[in-house]
Design a binder for this molecule. Structure first.
Ligand SMILES: C[S@@+](CC[C@H](N)C(=O)[O-])C[C@H]1O[C@@H](n2cnc3c(N)ncnc32)[C@H](O)[C@@H]1O
Length: 408
């Protein structure tokens, strides 16, 4: 929404990030050179060990707390957090518009308070509370709030997984704090031809428990005022995670007050599609937007057979390629489709995979789909059918000779 992020606010946020020592770095090379100035080889080794331990930990929180404790050292902040410069700018600039009018604001999982201090600056009339379970993060957040002279802000060290929250808030913010289990693929769809998820209370409860999101939402819901709003931004861009996350919100009476907003930003050179940003509230079902469970529209071009006849591509490029959800429709519309080989099987991680190749009039195609919403359609002319055979064999995992024959 253009009105939500005005120039004045973006300028104020940039100044705020600069106050914390963050810089907007454009290239990995520049970033790594800065990192070498700031971190000793021992620092880097300790950071890598901590990241690995956090990644490997299943269900436990101690490795994650240790990671955030380690990274919350003043001398690390500028270089480490500059990787998330655009994240902070994109997320931090969208939230203040929703804080207006709130008297009590909670930032749950606030980390070192980088954005919490900005929210407190933007809402001098509100009482802002930041909670986090990393003591080092909270200690740093308190120091910085004091240095900024923020009297309307306090920080508490508290683990939402362990303890009930107290108070009553008319606005709760949680960004990258509730659904951090990045390796969790979410809930598979019912079938490789389908993006929908059956209502399965057991699978939903499993998801909420293993990611911890259910308990965290319960705790936050418990301190949300009846007319309050919750603003959430988590790694739920994949449909398989978005659907159970939205269902977890709906089960607690939280409904969208506006269309969820997907956000794209760069972490130095790497582009991240994140979010969406949810603005939710406890509203009656009559005047609300429903949760949308459809796949996100993609920007792949529709399949146009007439165009394929005249399209010019490099030798190693297919005539048509679609890796988005719309590949399913394009596959369904292929003319005179004749399947030559196909496999549907369950993978070791539980997903169902379907791969097929065949003819479609004067073309040859490969289609691949799975129950974690991945779709891929490739179309080539008959003369380059070997390209499709190769892809097929690679996906199916059968060894093949250079002529495309299977080695058994
Ligand atoms: C990736 S950081 C995000 C920090 C900040 N919200 C932001 O948007 O940059 C995640 C933070 O959530 C905190 N956190 C995770 N689970 C928590 C829990 N159960 N209770 C309190 N804090 C938690 C972590 O300690 C960490 O500081």
């Amino acid at each position: 929404m253009p009105g939500d992020r005005n120039e004045e606010m973006l300028r104020a946020l940039r100044e705020h990030l600069a106050w914390w020592g963050l810089r907007h770095i454009e290239s990995d090379a520049a970033y790594f050179s800065w990192q070498r100035e700031v971190f000793s080889p021992e620092d880097l080794a300790a950071l890598h060990r901590s990241i690995e331990a956090k990644r490997a930990a299943t269900g436990g929180s101690s490795a994650e707390i240790a990671f955030y404790d380690l990274t919350a050292q003043s001398r690390f902040i500028p270089a480490l957090y500059s990787q998330r410069y655009e994240y902070n700018l994109e997320v931090g600039s969208r939230i203040p518009a929703h804080l207006k009018g709130a008297q009590t604001i909670l930032d749950a999982g606030c980390g070192i308070g980088l954005l919490t201090t900005f929210y407190a600056q933007r809402c001098p009339g509100a009482t802002v509370v930041g909670i986090d379970r990393s003591l080092a993060s909270i200690t740093l957040a308190r120091q910085r709030a004091q240095a900024l002279g923020l009297n309307n802000l306090r920080f508490e060290c508290l683990d939402m997984d362990q303890y009930e929250l107290s108070g009553c808030y008319d606005l709760i913010v949680a960004t990258h704090a509730l659904l951090q289990a990045e390796q969790d693929p979410g809930l598979p769809s019912s079938d490789w031809q389908d993006f929908t998820r059956a209502l399965d209370a057991g699978a939903q409860s499993d998801f909420e428990q293993r990611t911890g999101v259910g308990r965290r939402l319960d705790r936050l819901r418990g301190v949300l005022a009846a007319t309050g709003r919750m603003i959430l931004f988590e790694k739920t861009r994949q449909l398989a995670r978005r659907i159970p996350f939205q269902r977890a919100l709906a089960a607690r009476g939280l409904m969208p007050l506006r269309s969820p907003e997907p956000i794209r930003y760069r972490s130095i050179e790497e582009v991240t599609d994140d979010g969406p940003l949810y603005v939710t509230g406890l509203v009656s079902s009559s005047d609300l937007l429903a949760w949308d469970e459809a796949p996100e529209p993609d920007d792949a071009p529709p399949l146009d057979v007439e165009q394929l006849r005249s399209v010019r591509v490099d030798r190693d490029q297919p005539l048509y390629e679609n890796h988005g959800a719309s590949a399913q429709q394009a596959w369904g519309n292929l003319p005179a489709k004749q399947v030559v080989e196909q496999v549907t099987r369950k993978e070791t991680d539980g997903r169902q995979l379907h791969v097929e190749w065949g003819g479609a009039g004067e073309f040859v195609y490969l289609y691949c789909a799975n129950t974690f919403d991945q779709r891929q359609l490739v179309v080539v002319e008959q003369a380059r059918a070997a390209m499709v055979h190769t892809y097929y064999r690679e996906i199916v995992g059968e060894p093949f000779t250079s002529e495309g024959r299977i080695v058994r």
